[in-house]
Design a protein around this ligand. Sequence first.
Ligand code: PEP
Length: 253
Amino acid sequence: MRKPVVMGNWKLNGTKATVTDLIKAFSQSANNAANVDVAICAPAIFIGMVETLAAGSQLKYGSEDVDVHTSGAFTGENSPVMIKEFGATYAIVGHSERRGYHNETNEVVAAKFKAAQDNGLVPVLCIGESEAEYDAGKTVEVCNAEIKAVIDLCGIDAFKNAVIAYEPIWAIGTGKTATPDVAQNVHKQIRDYLKTFSAEVADGVRILYGGSCNAKTAPELFSQPDIDGGLIGGASLKVADFNAIIDAAKANA
Ligand code: PEP
């Protein structure tokens, strides 16, 4: 049985005041959700605050990206060692906004995955196709290539301690959620692909759905057999919405 994860991705949002309010609220939510891993991935500048505010609670947290280097002359980057020092559990790698706006290739994302894992963070590998790729029937091909780059660099066993987030790019921040059937079908094919390397890894890895997931759509998405929770953007900035999504995961845990 895979423990569901509900993970917020705040992107480039937040102030000291909103971070305080949200982390206080979600620390309580996490304490009331023993059968769900509740986490927030925050802008790096707020991670120290999150550590203090979440102290003593079950809320986990992480970064939205990570550099491949641990230290040195890499101005503006955030080292996995530094992120770990602030008590983080997770590091998102390969979010489509990083792949798109920062030209991160599958190989760069794989290197970030490795750097995160080598330094004690659980990588959350984001994969997913564009609208044009979806229309061309290339969803599985794109997702498998994104996964294969990690397997080539780190080996299949790296997914024993990692999370995958399937996020169709056309669904992110657009209000167009993939239907439960479409999402389940892709999740199953991702798991089937992993099975060709290791059945044990494929059965154990948690695959989250992301893309305009909200309080209304989460219950049916999370009831699908291969959907193990969600990576949540916009709705993770609203207490009631994120709590409703956590409740949907609890109901399916
Ligand atoms: C995301 O950024 O990972 C995401 C899923 O965003 P949203 O929920 O806003 O579509």
